[in-house]
Design a protein around this ligand. Structure first.
Ligand code: DGY
Length: 415
């Protein structure tokens, strides 16, 4: 390992430790001051490289706030912080400590498996987590799988908040009556890198709907104004169910129906293939319309063993159009915006997930290219949330937990 990588390793560890609030890690100070579901799972993976005990604590803290119905919320508001909107009083879920009322992509089982692999001595802690993971995956099937495929009831549930994917579904959400509010994100980060006001109005309208029905999760999916099938969550959930079955076997825990869930979900995937355009695509279930955009969710197909030759061709084209890592949206699309959150930027943690799938599919050269691209972005720009894939400029929040985590586990580890 070079001196440069060593100092970046030290910096990455310092970021994880600096964002540790005692048992949980914030994604970044200021912009995201609480525990976020999938950020936290990546934090655990990062901690596993130097403090496996702390890695398990991260996952245990997250699952300590699982709802009785199995849902693991997307935010746990461990303590008050005026610097974030919408906070606990807006969500009003009645949980103590307060949480949001929706979930986030279920990467925890996949990360738990990696955390155990880093130090197999924590078998008991892994075994204790298995039934909770099972409950969460079953919650997805009950409360979010519609038409055979994993759906989201709010763009935030996809973790890819303002992806172009959601525009078709959001067109049916009325954001005109949400009342006055003050955003906080745009006080921390350049507004041109964040979702727009029109998007925020609709995000809030969806929160207000959930609150109005007492966060009944099945009603949210069946009656809410927004329901879209999400290739990103669909692929992640299949992979998570498979990883959970393996994890359970490794630690001698009951795998329940994890393998059957994966199989059932795989059978429903075909409805997400946009034949006219030749790629995986998000679909609005309210209007039965495809988003008609090649977007980041599709890049996770290999993670679920759902790669197709057309997707390999798209990958090569998208890569050819930008100089720095994988764009989160087709660079040839008129909506591509190199610096606006999920409408174009390259995200290091997301690259790590895509590369995991590529490697498992035997596409080692592509996986290695993604790693090298990501490492270069971090070396030149720092541990930012995301990067402009055309110019390589660091964007969004700085000193980001999951960027530091994937540096330690993947990007900074030349094979
Ligand atoms: C935000 O506030 O931007 C978050 O992504 C919502 O989870």
């Amino acid at each position: 390992m070079t001196r440069m990588s060593e100092s970046l390793d030290e910096r990455a560890r310092a970021i994880l430790l600096g964002n540790d609030r005692g048992g949980y890690t914030v994604p970044t100070a200021g912009l995201y001051p609480f525990q976020w579901n999938w950020d936290s799972a990546f934090a655990a993976w990062g901690f596993s490289t130097f403090d496996p005990d702390r890695a398990w604590t991260e996952l245990e803290t997250l699952f300590a706030h699982q709802w009785p119905d199995g849902m693991v919320p997307h935010i746990v508001f461990h303590r008050d912080d005026e610097g974030y909107f919408p906070g606990p009083t807006v969500w009003s879920t009645g949980r103590t400590p307060a949480t949001s009322g929706i979930s986030q992509p279920p990467v925890a089982a996949t990360m738990a498996r990696l955390v155990l692999a880093a130090d197999p001595s924590h078998r008991e802690r892994a075994a204790a987590l298995v039934p909770k993971l099972l409950d969460w995956h079953r919650w997805w099937i009950r409360a979010r799988v519609r038409d055979g495929v994993a759906c989201i009831v709010h763009p935030w549930e996809s973790g890819r908040d303002n992806a172009f994917d959601w525009d078709v579904g959001m067109a049916n959400v009325d954001g005109s009556d949400v009342g006055p509010y003050q955003r906080r994100d745009t006080g921390h980060v350049d507004p041109s890198m964040r979702p727009t006001k029109a998007e925020y109005d609709r995000y809030l309208a969806l929160v207000q709907f959930g609150r109005g029905i007492g966060w009944d999760q099945v009603r949210l999916a069946d009656e809410g104004p927004f329901l879209m099938a999400d290739p990103g969550v669909a692929f992640i959930l299949i992979r998570a169910c498979e990883d959970l079955a393996v994890l359970a076997a490794e630690v001698g825990a009951d795998p329940g129906d994890a393998a059957e869930m994966a199989e059932g979900l795989r059978a429903g995937l075909d409805t997400l293939w946009n034949d006219a355009r030749g790629h995986w695509d998000a679909r609005d279930l309210r209007t039965d319309t495809f988003a008609n955009v090649l977007s980041s969710g599709a890049w996770l197909c290999w993670l679920a063993g759902a790669g197709r030759p057309e997707m390999e061709a798209h990958l090569a084209t998208a890569w050819g159009a930008v100089r720095h890592g994988l764009p989160t949206m087709d660079p040839a699309h008129p909506g591509f915006d190199a610096r606006r959150y999920w409408r174009g930027p390259a995200w290091p943690f997301y690259n790590a997930l895509v590369a995991m799938g590529l490697r498992d599919a035997g596409k080692d050269a592509e996986a290695e290219r993604l790693r090298a691209d990501t490492a270069a972005l971090i070396r030149n720009g720092g541990f930012n949330e995301y990067f402009d894939p055309v110019e390589g400029t660091p964007c969004g929040g700085s000193d980001f937990t999951w960027t530091a985590a994937v540096w330690l586990t993947w990007a900074g580890r030349e094979r």
